[in-house]
Design a protein around this ligand. Structure first.
Ligand code: ATP
Ligand code: MG
Length: 386
């Protein structure tokens, strides 16, 4: 039996911008929403019907959340698996603790890619200094990544040789790590896949992503440099990865296209994703509505891209001028641009590198979306090259 709009209450663990946009989508359909997050002024807590202010491992608060909700999801990747397990004893939890645990650990994640038959970068798992000596020369130069808790390029070191590898392993605290061969990247892509408890699967069109300083900066859809065969391959791979996890909800799978044209999977996030924000204005079903549908047991309609789109991430840097003085970005000017849709997350304090919002620029053609996105960049002081 689906949890029907207008009756059920949906819960979210985590109160960041992903939770906020999930709540907006759920409320638009008529669901009540409860957010659990310790932060008084969390972006999602501010818009939910109820905000339980507590730690994610507070057993009493989790019980409270379960009592108030019919189904619960998460909006951040590092939610403790134990919290999901406790909730799952009495309520629908999507995605489930077991699938989230795989996504939280790069070593398990890579093992799952191998098991799904989807190629990833050659790698070695390092669980202690003894494993350093066994690293094959072919993995250098490489990137050392902590197995757990990395995001936006944090918890990573580029290493050229064995001396640097040893130093980087020490610097990262000798925690479990994965060393990946440094690959010659031509492009970065990602694919959203939604899967229901009954096994129905839908994928979205492929996103082409540009990162700056390890943080997503620009997403373009349709991916301008990816042919139809590779798009189909990426979507099929994402669907296979989700099916193998018995996944329920929206999953985002990141890929690299190598200079020799091969497609290689990078990592996955067990939730709607920053690179999927374009769906809010360019598709008939957003990634957040799809998450609602999947957890509620509703039909996952095939998503349709109705407009070419460029998404620009808006980091806190835009709130400062060249001399470091605070300023207000020219939103009025930006909103005069045809097809420009602004999404700010309600964060009061702007900091460098902090995700404050995003701008989707849709157009009747890809050229129009790109030209108008470049006009927005000029007004905001963002680089207009990508
Ligand atoms: P996020 O959570 O923001 O997606 P992350 O911190 O989890 O990022 P990764 O996606 O693993 O980190 O890596 C960050 C970026 O570093 C990638 O988007 C890519 O540009 C580069 N990178 C990662 N692994 C490799 C590799 N094996 N070869 C070449 N470049 C890589
Ligand atoms: Mg990544």
């Amino acid at each position: 039996m689906p949890l029907l709009p207008g009756h059920a209450t949906l819960g979210v663990l985590g109160g960041g911008q992903l939770g906020r946009m999930f709540v907006h989508a759920a409320q638009a359909l008529g669901y009540r929403c409860v957010v659990l997050d310790p932060d008084e002024s969390s972006p999602a807590g501010a818009v939910a019907h109820d905000h339980v202010r507590a730690d994610y491992l507070d057993a009493q608060a989790l019980e409270d959340l379960a009592r108030r909700c019919d189904a619960i999801t998460t909006e951040f990747e590092n939610v403790p698996a134990r919290a999901l397990e406790q909730l799952a004893r009495t309520r629908v939890v999507a995605p489930g603790a077991a699938a989230v645990a795989v996504c939280q650990d790069r070593a398990r994640e890579k093992a799952h890619f191998d098991a799904s038959g989807v190629p990833c970068a050659p790698y070695a798992v390092l669980r202690g200094t003894a494993d350093l000596a066994a690293v094959p020369d072919t993995l250098l130069p490489g990137i050392l990544k902590t197995a757990r808790l990395g995001y936006d390029g944090k918890g990573q070191r580029r290493v050229a040789d064995r001396a640097q590898l040893t130093a980087a392993f020490d610097e990262l605290g000798r925690v479990d790590c994965v060393l990946e061969q440094m690959l010659p990247l031509a492009l970065e892509l990602s694919v959203l896949v939604a899967r229901g408890a009954d096994g129905q699967v839908q994928t979205y069109p492929v996103q082409q992503n540009l990162h700056r300083d390890g943080i997503l900066a620009v997403t373009e859809v349709p991916a301008p440099q990816v042919d139809a065969a590779m798009q189909a391959q990426a979507r099929q791979s994402a669907a296979a990865i989700a099916a193998g996890l018995g996944y329920v909800g929206v999953l985002c799978v990141e890929f690299f296209v190598l200079k020799d044209g091969r497609l290689v999977v990078n990592e996955m996030a067990p939730r709607p994703h920053n690179s999927g924000h374009y769906t809010m204005d360019a598709c008939d079903v957003s990634q957040f509505e799809m998450q609602v549908r999947a957890m509620a047991g509703l039909p996952l309609r095939e998503p349709r891209l109705h407009s070419p789109v460029v998404m620009l991430n808006l980091l806190g840097d835009l709130w400062f001028d060249a001399d470091g003085r605070e300023r207000a970005p020219d939103w009025a000017g930006v909103l005069a641009i045809p097809g420009a849709e602004l999404h700010l997350y309600g964060k009061t304090e702007a900091r460098h590198g902090r995700k404050m919002g995003h701008l989707n620029v849709i157009g009747a053609s890809a050229d129009e979306a790109r030209d108008n996105a470049r006009r927005a960049c000029a007004l905001l002081g963002l680089p207009a090259t990508w």
